[in-house]
Design a protein around this ligand. Structure first.
Ligand code: BES
Ligand code: ZN
Ligand code: ZN
Length: 483
């Protein structure tokens, strides 16, 4: 979508659809007769409510903006998205007024709006529906009162981050017969080239030689080659601080020999959303020239029950040196991640790690589909991160990591087991024991946050501001944390 700034009075909007936000509790009529007459007879303004007022001489789309005091970054983003989604096949261009409310700066408004517009215009069916109807909307103009430098910067930032979000969504939505580990590797190579990032790739043989027995144990069940991929961005040569974003990249999770029921197995093509998000976050960070050092690590493989697949009961040696007993081959995410976090610390000297993973069904039981689970070893770090996430509209909730939970991953045969036990229910504290397993690979002095995005990485229910499918969750928070 072409998004541009327009500094002009409303009376000059002629050919494009004029989008006017209206608050529930402040029904601004913009001095336009058709809007005045509509608002005098109708109660209007609930969030995402729309009303078109088309006449021979003008085309207006009113969009509800909700309560004025609740208007924030997310509201701006989603309002812009909802308006655009209404017009995708109904107009060629739109001119949108940015509401004046809340404590958002003008540049935050263009940032949010640009992001909302791009997210609304992503369509995963384009490649696969033979009778696909293309969008007619090609240009959106954001109307501002006066030219300010920050406006253009905000717009640009929104587009950069949205590009990362939409690319993550595209990778997530692609079926696993296309989005294989090799496809992911090629995508990483492309991102490295476009953003001048250093790329390091370990194939299965090299990973095995290095000692990543947990990662290769999962990988051995599939005939597709698997990769441990690292992308490095160095934006600050003055500090030794090094961030790592680590992503679970299971391009398809059948469960392995502990095979999943088939009813919703197809959704396990989304099990690589963490890896896609970290890879695209580092791309946005590079494009924004942030002054930080980051490595993104993606543990990429399928989890299939092939003839050489690992068996329940197998014991693998993790890259950390700890031995892990694999009781359930479907708890593969923690296995690939424990090696990936050790890789981040040992080979890239990362001292702050955030991992993203569609890790457990249990997090959906705890928090539902709209909230990401947060786990960590430094409560101040988690708190700071969650504040950023909250501001930019990614809902998160922290779960406890008390020492008592350590007993639940102790193995009779080895150091740790990948299936939590000891609770009165078979999946007691399932998301916490999964996080504890990853924590077993975190060394003294490393600050670490784990995000369980199993409930939030994709959403099959379309929203007014976003179609169904992958969401690109996490990217806004990661990029803003380092901004
Ligand atoms: N990828 C799944 C988790 C998942 C489930 C994500 C549903 C999104 C929706 C993960 O690898 C898995 O299978 N976890 C198991 C762990 C269990 C065997 C301890 C689970 O959650 O059932
Ligand atoms: Zn699994
Ligand atoms: Zn999985």
């Amino acid at each position: 979508m072409k998004i541009q700034l327009g500094i002009k009075p409303l009376s000059e909007i002629k050919d494009s659809v004029l989008v006017l936000p209206v608050f529930e509790d402040d029904q601004k009529d913009y001095g336009i007769p058709a809007v005045i007459s509509f608002l005098t007879v109708s109660k209007f303004g609930k969030m995402f409510e729309t009303q078109s007022i088309f006449s021979a001489s003008s085309k207006i789309l009113l969009i509800g903006a909700g309560k004025k005091e609740k208007f924030d970054f997310t509201a701006m983003q989603n309002l812009a998205g909802a308006a655009v989604r209404k017009l995708l096949r109904k107009a060629k261009s739109a001119s949108m007024v940015l509401p004046s409310a809340g404590n958002l700066s003008e540049s935050e408004k263009t940032y949010a709006a640009a992001m909302g517009i791009e997210i609304a215009s992503y369509d995963p069916t384009k490649e696969f529906k033979s009778n696909h109807e293309a969008y007619t909307l090609t240009t959106v103009e954001l109307l501002a009162d006066r030219a300010e430098r920050g406006l253009q910067e905000g717009l640009k930032k929104g587009q950069i981050i949205a590009e990362s979000i939409n690319n993550t969504r595209r990778l997530g939505d692609l079926p696993a017969n296309i989005m294989s580990p090799t496809y992911m590797l090629n995508e990483a190579k492309k991102i490295a080239k476009d953003n001048k990032l250093k790329i390091t790739v370990l194939d299965e043989k090299q990973a095995k030689k290095k000692g990543m027995g947990a990662f290769t144990g999962v990988a051995q069940g599939s005939d597709e080659p698997s990769y441990m991929i690292a992308l490095e961005y160095r934006g600050d040569i003055k500090t030794k601080d090094k961030w790592a974003f680590v992503g679970k990249g299971i391009t398809f999770d059948s469960g392995g020999l502990s095979i999943k029921p088939s009813s919703s197995m197809h959704e396990m093509k989304y099990d690589m959303c963490g890896a896609a998000a970290v890879m695209n976050s580092i791309a946005a960070i590079a494009k924004l020239n942030l002054k930080v050092n980051v490595v993104a690590i993606m543990a990429v493989t399928e989890n299939l029950p092939g003839g050489r697949a690992q068996r329940p009961g197998d014991i693998v040696k993790t890259y950390s040196g700890k031995f892990a007993e694999v009781i359930d081959t479907d708890a593969e995410g923690r296995l690939v991640l424990i090696d990936a976090v050790t890789y981040a610390q040992r080979d890239f000297k990362a001292n702050k790690i955030i991992d993203l993973a569609t890790l457990t069904g249990a997090i959906i039981v705890s928090l539902g589909d709209h909230i990401t689970g947060v786990f960590g070893n430094n409560s101040q770090f988690s708190k700071d991160f969650m504040e950023v996430a909250e501001k930019y509209g990614e809902r998160m909730w922290e779960l406890p990591m008390y020492d008592e939970f350590n007993d639940m991953i102790k193995s009779d045969m080895a150091d740790i087991t990948n299936l939590g036990h000891g609770g009165s229910h078979r999946s007691a504290a399932g998301s916490i024991t999964a996080a504890k397993f990853i924590e077993a690979g975190i060394e003294e002095g490393t600050d670490w946050i784990h995000l369980d995005i199993a409930g939030t990485a994709w959403d099959m229910k379309p929203k007014p501001f976003r179609g169904s499918g992958a969401t690109g969750v996490g990217i806004k928070s990661l990029v803003e944390l380092l901004s």
